[in-house]
Design a protein around this ligand. Structure first.
Ligand code: CA
Ligand code: CA
Ligand code: CA
Ligand code: CA
Length: 305
């Protein structure tokens, strides 16, 4: 999938994203992974819910989130192999940097294809269990400018579609990406410091009725987040956001479309003490957000490493 095709995609339906991928064994590519590069999540988002640009079939999706920014022009479906529990291997039909498609959110590649059905008989369900990254992806640490090969990663365990979405990364948008963030059309419009919170999957407001249409999150979700800082004195301070950014970041025919929400929120903080360092993010209540497979979040304390 090239960048032009991604931009042309008028997506439909909900988009999902990831769980925490554990490396299981080192094999495959001979090149070692660059120091510091990590895959943060590989969690099935939906089964038989999405299509690819210019295709009609309905596929499964598997978001893959890195701690680096990935170069969109380097992404090909053939960069990925999904191993099913019967040993068969699927290649995605498309690999999109969408819905997380803004210049300040290039951590996630959304793999779409036939991942949970048997290679011989599509009527037989066979769970996807492992992801191998085998192509010539390129990327760089957030804020860096020179890209490097994203190679040498160990095979990753795929988390099940029935598992809850989880926070998998958190970092300060400013000052690191201040210039880029200033042009983000759905950025925080209040506050003085901004925290990017990455989830393992696309997230909407939690709805107990699975037949309900997706909605964007509301005030109860804002008030349940905490950004946790370590002060120069060593003390910790927990800050509740005054608002969220990166809401309703996609529209269909000019109408905001929550079913296309991506896998992140920006926490808008009124102020952060001088010299304080972000050490964690919490969500203090369950079932505030849900991924496309309609599974709600749990209470979680995410530690920044
Ligand atoms: Ca399927
Ligand atoms: Ca976004
Ligand atoms: Ca944004
Ligand atoms: Ca978002």
């Amino acid at each position: 999938m090239n960048a032009r095709a991604i931009q042309m995609w008028s997506a439909r339906g909900a988009i999902a994203l990831v769980a925490i991928g554990g490396a299981v064994a080192l094999s495959g590519p001979a090149l070692a992974a660059p120091a510091g590069l990590k895959v943060l999540s590989t969690e099935m988002g939906s089964i038989d819910l999405l299509s690819c640009p210019s295709t009609n079939p309905i596929y499964d999706n598997l978001p893959v989130t890195f701690n680096w920014f990935i170069r969109p022009a380097s992404v090909r479906p053939t960069d990925f192999e999904i191993v099913r529990e019967d040993g068969s291997v699927a290649t995605p039909v498309c690999a999109l940097m969408y819905p997380p498609n803004e210049p300040d959110e290039r951590q996630t590649i959304n793999l779409i294809g036939n991942f949970d059905e048997g290679a011989a008989d599509p009527a037989v369900k066979v769970r996807p269990v492992q992801l191998r990254i085998v192509g010539a992806l390129r990327g760089q640490p957030i804020g860096a400018t020179r890209s490097r090969p994203v190679t040498g990663l160990a095979p990753l365990t795929i988390t099940d579609v029935a598992d809850p979405p989880a926070i998998v990364d958190a970092w300060m948008l400013t000052p690191l990406l201040a210039d880029l963030y200033a042009t983000d059309p759905n950025r925080c419009t209040v506050g003085t410091a901004f925290v990017r919170v990455m989830w393992s999957n696309g997230i909407n407001a939690y709805l107990s009725d699975p037949s309900s249409l997706p909605l964007e999150v509301g005030r109860s979700t804002t008030l349940a987040y905490r950004a946790i800082f370590r002060l120069p004195s060593g003390r910790r301070q927990s800050i509740t956001p005054i608002a969220l950014g990166d809401l309703l970041d996609h529209a269909t025919d000019g109408v905001p479309n929550p079913s296309l929400d991506d896998n992140m929120h920006d926490l808008c903080l009124a102020s952060v003490p001088k010299g304080a360092r972000l050490v964690g993010v919490s969500i203090t209540k369950p079932n505030l957000v849900m991924k496309p497979s309609k599974v709600g979040n749990r209470v979680q304390k995410f530690v920044v490493r």
